[in-house]
Design a protein around this ligand. Structure first.
Ligand SMILES: Nc1nc2c(c(=O)[nH]1)N[C@H]1C(S)=C(S)[C@@H](COP(=O)(O)OP(=O)(O)OC[C@H]3O[C@@H](n4cnc5c(=O)[nH]c(N)nc54)[C@H](O)[C@@H]3O)O[C@H]1N2
Ligand SMILES: Nc1nc2c(c(=O)[nH]1)N[C@H]1C(S)=C(S)[C@@H](COP(=O)(O)OP(=O)(O)OC[C@H]3O[C@@H](n4cnc5c(=O)[nH]c(N)nc54)[C@H](O)[C@@H]3O)O[C@H]1N2
Ligand code: SF4
Ligand SMILES: [Mo]
Length: 862
């Protein structure tokens, strides 16, 4: 049994992993302070994502497997040659908030201290950059003041631009548990969309997209007008008057909110001292993200509601080591340990500590600029590590073309087939979660160990090792660590240097610590009892005062007639980003198995789109085909689509092809939630659904695939019908001729079943409209001797469970709706008792609450 940390979200839950002959048993660590034994569904399913079949197991150079030595020599030589000819700024690293701190440290040291450029940026630019910039403007450093406990101790928790129930599920469960123990704890959700997080909330404010800074400006003015400003705390703060003057330019109409709801919110916030404002991508991923952050911070600073139990602004981090990356200086405009690249004293101190021959003297290119420089040939050698930018960067098609056109690209990943890996000249096989060791820092500044408990597959190597080897081969010294413990030690020592310069990030007390047994450790260590910042001022600005920032709020650019919809994007409960790991689990794919467009009923009617039709979404730089899901949870004109599908899983569902590359001017963070798009029905001649024992590689206009137990399922559609459906089916299935065929060409209906002996090995269903058959029933037939399959309906003895709601116990929507109706269930607990749903990890409890509150839900065939 090994204690480690979950590799997904920034909650940073402790996991106990126990490998056995049957696979790895995963449990929540009862001793970890973040989760105390809880896990969400993604954490629970970790054991299902550790198979090494299909992994990249050896380095590949221009498509050929090569040894590590030769490959590392090549990388060092190519990077050195580019630097010699074009200077250090002609190379770049694009890294990730999922790297371990030790990997990050090495990448940063190599680029900023030895190559002499700061062209290292991270996917955190797409994620946390606006929070970082907002913190630095207000506090002087990128310091998160609070901790998780504050959500439990507050009397009001405001969740703004955060779908906490789906994206930080264990923290959300902690909040809900606190609320049920103390119903006086109020929760307000501010999100244009009515998300699962709204289920447990007292108030949902469906504000106009991008209007957050207006809302918090109105709040600031209201706080001042109702005498809530705290004169004692304001001695530690400057800029109140200027911030108020700017705030008073915002008007209630700009928020699009019901005036009574708006007033309720203003009064509640004003009257509640213990208030925590949690914010995430609805705030950060915006052209005005930094201003939105400061508009929130202003309200906490004016009232002194910061750094004390149960109060403060709280930017929750997305990735497992987003916070660690910020601490270690992973962004192009930062140095390690909260030191600043623009500050000569900071630069000199780090250069001396590293014995760096060529310290970068200016900030490097931020993600969007970096890929533009790649496109324009200014960057000639690029190393992408632990990220899939060909999918997740805005204007993703353009980014993919830029990477393909780069003179020399290295990609370190677990897989050779990701959309980005396919474009690389050199592929390096990385060790993954469970195979490697290091540390991560979660949203509340808790440093936790990830520990290896699996053998290293093939020739995979940790990311830090590949970086250190290249550094040595480029002739640099100071990269000869024997393992992550030594790197961590060096990093802790560097933080002592930073501490001496006044940085708050000083973990030098951990120098020489027993790395193997390092327990979850909050910093600042000195504040073990409190673990919070700024309760008594002491900001990291020259005058030690926080700065309130005047925010002149701006709404996003109005939409033009050509692209009249504003596309919101984000996450779904059971998938992680580009699904390279979660996408292997049938259990996780059962929740939402296809890219979709959540569209308001009025928009759908206007566009003549019915539920389950395909919509074609376009703008000047992208196109996507998405399954229509009609729902009044989104506002008219403001549809939502998930970010998870890729060239591997649904090539026409890559949503970032449509996302705008416009960025916040301060943070450089792109506005991933507000692309202007046009929508029209996709005129499919035929729709299809397939199941097969083997991976499917359909070649039609639209397809999306997902794993099912013992095989794959795929949704299909095309604008042209093949001449011979039987041949097409054979080509798709690669299982010989079909054993059963049902065909009615006049109606456009064709069904084929393929058997291996008496076992069903594949089936294809073609119809002129969306295929209305029970997906779960068909998936369950794979591998059985069921020859009634082409009827496509569940046998009466086996009612169709419908799409999965509870992924842990595999309970479907129809089963739950029937039980609610038949047994008169009225609470989430009662559903749990009747069906087990929601009783394991609890991630689906908000979804169960939705079903209870909306009994008019139709049974669904999925
Ligand atoms: N299941 C799952 N969990 C994850 C991840 C995952 O891939 N899957 N990824 C992790 C990562 S890296 C991150 S960064 C976090 C992200 O966690 P969140 O930020 O909570 O997730 P998102 O779905 O990106 O967006 C949050 C909400 O912002 C809303 N929004 C859009 N525009 C606006 C606006 O103008 N104002 C306001 N107030 N809200 C708006 C959206 O409707 C959406 O519900 O999740 C982490 N957790
Ligand atoms: N439209 C839209 N786009 C978005 C967002 C959004 O809300 N909307 N959110 C943005 C945000 S907040 C984020 S954080 C990004 C996330 O975007 P990415 O980081 O690009 O997405 P991932 O799928 O997490 O990519 C991680 C890659 O690392 C690989 N990998 C896994 N383990 C290891 C390892 O140990 N070592 C190495 N070297 N590789 C490994 C995985 O196989 C995968 O290919 O997406 C951003 N893009
Ligand atoms: S909430 Fe879920 S995904 Fe996030 S760290 Fe915990 S178990 Fe992992
Ligand atoms: Mo993120």
């Amino acid at each position: 049994m090994t204690r480690t940390t979950c590799p997904y979200c920034g909650v940073g839950c402790g996991v106990i992993a126990t490998p056995s002959a049957k696979g790895v048993r995963i449990a929540g660590d009862p001793e970890h302070p973040a989760n105390r034994g809880r896990l969400c569904v993604k954490g629970t399913a970790l054991g299902e994502t550790l198979a090494t079949g299909g992994r990249l197991l050896a380095p590949r150079t221009f498509g050929q497997e090569k040894g590590w030595g030769e490959t590392l020599d090549l990388i060092a030589a190519r990077f050195s040659a580019v630097i010699a000819e074009h200077g250090p700024d002609a190379v770049a690293f694009y890294v990730s908030g999922q790297l371990l701190t030790e990997d990050y440290y090495v990448a940063n040291k190599l680029m900023k201290g030895f190559i002499g450029s700061a062209n290292i940026d991270t996917n955190s630019r797409l994620c946390m950059a606006s929070s970082v910039a907002g913190h630095r403007r207000a506090f002087g450093t990128d310091t998160v003041p609070g901790q998780y406990e504050d959500l439990e101790q507050a009397d009001l928790v405001v969740l703004v631009g955060s779908n906490l129930a789906w994206c930080h599920p264990v923290l959300h469960q902690r909040l809900m548990a606190a609320k049920s123990a103390r119903p006086g704890l109020k929760i307000v959700v501010i999100d244009p969309r009515r998300t699962a997080t709204c289920e447990g909330a007292d108030l949902h404010l469906p504000l106009a997209p991008g209007a957050d800074a207006h809302l918090f400006n109105l709040l600031l003015a209201h706080l001042a007008d109702t005498g809530r400003a705290d004169p004692a705390f304001l001695r530690h703060v400057s800029g109140l008057e200027e911030a108020l003057t700017a705030a008073r330019t915002s008007t209630p109409e700009t928020t699009g909110l019901d005036p009574a709801d708006l007033q309720t919110f203003l009064d509640l916030w004003a009257a509640t001292e213990k208030v925590v404002t949690v914010y995430s991508q609805g705030i950060n991923q915006s052209e005005t993200g930094t201003d939105k952050v400061n508009a929130i911070l202003n309200c906490h600073l004016a009232t002194g509601r910061i750094g004390r139990p149960g109060m403060g602004p709280f930017s929750v981090t997305g990735q497992p080591n987003a916070m660690g990356g910020r601490e270690v200086g992973g962004l192009a405009n930062m140095l390690a340990c909260h030191l600043e690249i623009d500050n000569p004293a900071h630069r000199d101190a780090v250069a001396t500590f590293w014995a760096a021959p060529k310290m970068a003297a200016k900030p490097g290119l931020k993600a969007v600029e970096m890929f533009r420089a790649v496109e324009e040939g200014r960057i000639k050698a690029l190393w992408v590590m632990h990220s899939n930018p060909a999918v997740t960067m805005p204007e993703a098609d353009r980014v993919a073309r830029a990477i393909a056109g780069c003179d020399f690209t290295v990609v370190s990943d677990l897989w050779a087939e990701t959309d980005t890996a396919r474009l690389a000249d050199v592929l390096l096989p990385a060790t993954g979660w469970g195979e490697k060791s290091g540390t991560v820092t979660n949203s509340e500044r808790c440093i936790s160990r990830q520990r290896a408990f699996l053998p290293t597959p093939g020739q995979a190597r940790p990311d830090w090792w590949a970086l250190a080897q290249v550094a040595q081969r480029m002739g640099f010294s100071g990269f000869d660590w024997q393992g992550p413990a030594e790197i961590f030690d060096e990093y802790c020592a560097l933080s002592g240097v930073a501490g001496a310069l006044g940085s708050d990030f000083d973990i030098s007390g951990l120098v020489g610590t027993d790395y193997d047994t390092l327990p979850p450790t909050h910093w600042p260590q000195a504040a073990q009892k409190g673990g919070r910042f700024f309760g008594t001022g002491q900001f990291h600005t020259p005058d030690r005062r926080a700065r309130m920032i005047p925010v002149t709020a701006r709404l996003p650019e109005p939409l033009g007639a050509a692209h009249p919809f504003r596309l919101n994007t984000g996450r779904i409960r059971d998938q992680w980003h580009t699904m390279t790991r979660t996408g292997q689990s049938p259990r996780l794919a059962a929740h939402l198995g296809e890219p979709f467009l959540e569209l308001h009923p009025e928009d759908a009617a206007r566009l003549s789109l019915a539920a389950a039709d395909l919509a074609e979404v376009t703008n000047s730089h992208g196109r996507a085909l998405l399954r229509v899901m009609i729902s009044d949870r989104v506002a008219p004109g403001h549809p939502f689509a998930p970010m998870h599908w890729t060239g591997e899983t649904a090539p026409s569902g890559r949503i970032d092809a449509l996302v705008t590359a416009r960025t916040d001017p301060v943070s450089g963070q792109p506005a991933s939630k507000s692309a202007a798009v046009a929508i029209r029905p996709f005129k499919a001649r035929w729709h299809g659904f397939a199941i097969a024992r083997h991976d499917l590689q359909p070649g039609c206009d639209y397809w999306a695939k997902a794993p099912i137990p013992g095989g794959w399922r795929a949704e299909l559609a095309g604008s042209k019908s093949p001449e011979d459906w039987a041949l097409w089916a054979e080509d798709l299935m690669r299982l010989g001729p079909p054993a059963l065929v049902v065909s009615d060409p006049a109606k456009g209906l064709h069904r084929f079943a393929f058997f291996d002996g008496d076992r069903l090995a594949g089936a294809l269903f073609i119809a002129p409209g969306p295929v209305a058959l029970s997906r779960s029933h068909l998936a369950a037939s794979l591998g059985t001797a069921d020859r009634s399959i082409l009827a496509g309906l569940p046998e009466t003895s086996r009612p169709d469970p419908g799409p999965t709601v509870c992924a842990c116990l595999n309970v479907g929507l129809n089963t739950i709706l029937r039980a609610i109706a038949d047994q008169g269930l009225t609470s989430v607990e009662a559903i749990g008792q009747a069906l087990g749903a929601g009783t394991n990890c609890g991630s689906c409890r908000p979804d169960l609450a939705t079903l209870l509150s909306r009994p008019q839900h139709q049974e669904a065939a999925q």
